[in-house]
Write a protein that binds this ligand. Structure first.
Ligand SMILES: C[S@@+](CC[C@H](N)C(=O)[O-])C[C@H]1O[C@@H](n2cnc3c(N)ncnc32)[C@H](O)[C@@H]1O
Length: 261
């Protein structure tokens, strides 16, 4: 991966890009007049710092990946209007909860969870892929919207660039109320437009049985997984599927019933 800027970037953007390259331990490349195709001759993955955020370009895929909250804004508006949200229900999320999102992706589920748990709660989002954690982490800090509740929810999310198994192994027993997984497996077969530009950068590993065992130790109430309704992973990993199906996916739950946090 390399880091560059938009064409004719002001000094401030250049400084940000150099600092980002330094933090990531990757090469900073002066943009000059280079096209994305030319930059891809240097590296297959290019992060472009612009005044409005960071964009990630993967060789061979036309559209860049950049942060947007996806369906999170609409889901928050619905919750504010008194509607329910299937993920929130499946997780049994409440104000004040600590929610560990093991598969951050675009961050949409984390944003909704952060809105529900509120200022007294905590949301930690784990993303194993560096380009994704950088773009989404930056977007969550910068994104502006008139819906201040959603913006505050975004700002409170703690993004950690780490494989979830590594993180879970380091967690104390019962340190989160809910541990949540939304792996790519189902997304690869679902025609989800909002997630399409994320695909070239994503980790497609299946959730490991060891990760679920660790999650059961770390969660004090529930471990929840979103997946295709026909996914064999619910049975393989010991999840009980909820009845409600949204389009082709649903949620599986493991009630942990551990000590209260
Ligand atoms: C389907 S997306 C999650 C979408 C997310 N729930 C949302 O609302 O935007 C799955 C994400 O999890 C990441 N991922 C997959 N395996 C992971 C692992 N072992 N540790 C951390 N992140 C992982 C992928 O790179 C991808 O970004």
């Amino acid at each position: 991966m390399i880091v560059t800027t938009r064409h004719e970037a002001p000094t401030e953007v250049q400084k940000q890009a150099k600092a980002l390259a330094h933090n990531l331990g990757v090469q900073f490349v002066e943009r000059r007049k280079m096209s994305i195709a030319r930059l891809h001759e240097i590296d297959e993955r290019v992060l472009v710092v612009t005044d409005g955020g960071i964009k990630a370009y993967s060789k061979g895929s036309g559209e860049p990946f950049f942060f947007h909250p996806g369906m999170a804004m609409l889901r928050i508006k619905r919750l504010m209007a008194g509607d329910t949200d299937v993920m929130v229900q499946a997780c049994g999320l409440q104000a004040g909860d600590a929610f560990l999102d093991c598969t951050l992706g675009l961050g949409s589920d984390s944003i909704v969870a952060s809105f529900v748990v509120g200022q007294g709660g905590r949301v930690v989002g784990l993303e194993s892929e560096c380009a994704l954690s950088v773009v989404v982490g930056d977007g969550l800090k910068r994104y502006e919207s008139p819906l201040s509740e959603a913006v505050e929810a975004m700002r409170r999310i703690e993004v950690k660039p780490i494989h979830h198994l590594t993180f879970l192994r380091q967690c104390e027993n019962n340190s989160f109320d809910i541990v949540y997984f939304d792996p790519m497996f189902f997304q690869a077969i679902e025609s989800s437009e909002s997630i399409a530009p994320l695909r070239p950068f994503a980790n497609y590993e299946m959730v490991a049985a060891e990760a679920v065992e660790e999650a059961k130790r770390v969660a004090c109430r529930r471990v929840v997984m979103k997946n295709h309704r026909e996914s064999p992973d619910f049975a393989r990993l010991g999840f009980t599927r909820i009845r409600k199906i949204e389009r082709s996916f649903t949620y599986g739950i493991i009630e942990v019933g551990g000590e209260v946090r």
